[in-house]
Ligand binder design. Structure first.
Ligand code: SD4
Length: 290
């Protein structure tokens, strides 16, 4: 018998996000509604410096957001390089539901958002601006590491046995203007196949794009791997392909249609939040190093 409903999400900010998702799931609601409601919590929270409002800006001091969402029927929607809109996940859902397309980027994504009633807002908080100004002095390349890679990826299995996922981020801090990471790329930052399971990723997005990492995790589960085994194998593949993996963090989180979940990452320090009937938990992901 499947363990449902259940919701899992990346990092400690997944705890309050999961509670919002649980409000939907515990009433018999749809996984899609749960993941959208869940990730909107860190998107709106200026203390979460790597998602939505208050996120670190790019090299030019501009906050640019990436997000995607996927439901149980392979429908998906995505926005990338979106500016001045606080809830990119809801714009991604509108792309999915109100357009014939999967992905809108930049100015076009913003114009679409405005047409749907979203409002333009300044997303750069005083704290993020101050950090960016300090960074400008030496312009050290910010490798995505344990401190600054807290994209939220959330996966849910609802009472009806349907899976959905959402992923949203301000991306790598001080990235090049125009850089898009894995988080809005279906298959890289997120993938859902209702027959099998769902996966999401956090960390150095370029590595997830190169390996189509979240899709890989789902395909490994299709072949019989448990969620943790699938995440481990995807991380090991990345490590095998790039020699200097010790300099990076990559973490995968997966949930299968039985409601089993697991994670794996390169560096210690990655944790994920779980909410189910028995309560909520913050679990340390196993890691290749350390
Ligand atoms: C990216 N995967 O843009 C994201 C990084 C991340 O918080 O996890 N940022 O590459």
């Amino acid at each position: 018998k499947a363990n449902k409903p259940v919701v899992v999400s990346t990092w400690e900010h997944g705890m309050p996000a999961n509670e919002a998702a649980w409000q939907v799931l515990s009433k018999g609601g749809r996984a899609l509604d749960a993941v959208e409601a869940g990730v909107r919590v860190p998107e709106a929270d200026p203390k979460v410096r790597t998602v939505g409002y208050g996120g670190y800006p790019d090299k030019n001091g501009i906050v640019t957001l990436d997000a995607c969402i996927m439901d149980e029927n392979m429908n998906c929607g995505s926005v990338a390089f979106l500016q001045n809109i606080k809830h990119p996940i809801s714009v991604a859902r509108a792309v999915m539901e109100k357009t014939p397309h999967v992905m809108l980027v930049g100015e076009g994504a913003k114009q679409f958002a405005l047409s749907q009633g979203f409002v333009e807002e300044d997303l750069l908080t005083a704290e993020s601006k101050a950090d960016w100004l300090a960074w400008q002095k030496d312009q050290q390349l910010q490798l995505i590491n344990i401190e600054n890679h807290d994209t939220i990826g959330m996966l849910a299995l609802d009472a009806n046995g349907n899976l959905s996922g959402a992923c949203t981020t301000s991306g790598a801090a001080y990235k090049m203007h125009g850089r898009v990471g894995d988080s809005p790329i279906i298959g890289a930052g997120l993938y859902v196949d209702n027959e099998v399971g769902a996966a999401t990723a956090t960390g150095m997005g370029e590595l997830m794009i190169k390996t189509v990492g979240s899709h890989l995790v789902v395909e490994l589960m299709r072949q019989g791997a448990s969620p943790e085994q699938a995440c481990r194998e995807a991380v090991e593949r990345i490590a095998r392909k790039i020699g200097d993996y010790a300099a990076f963090q990559v973490g995968f989180l997966a949930l299968n249609r039985q409601g089993q979940y697991g994670a794996f990452c390169i560096q210690p320090g990655f944790n994920y939040a779980v909410r189910q009937q028995s309560g909520s938990q913050l679990i340390d992901g196993k890691s290749l190093l350390g």
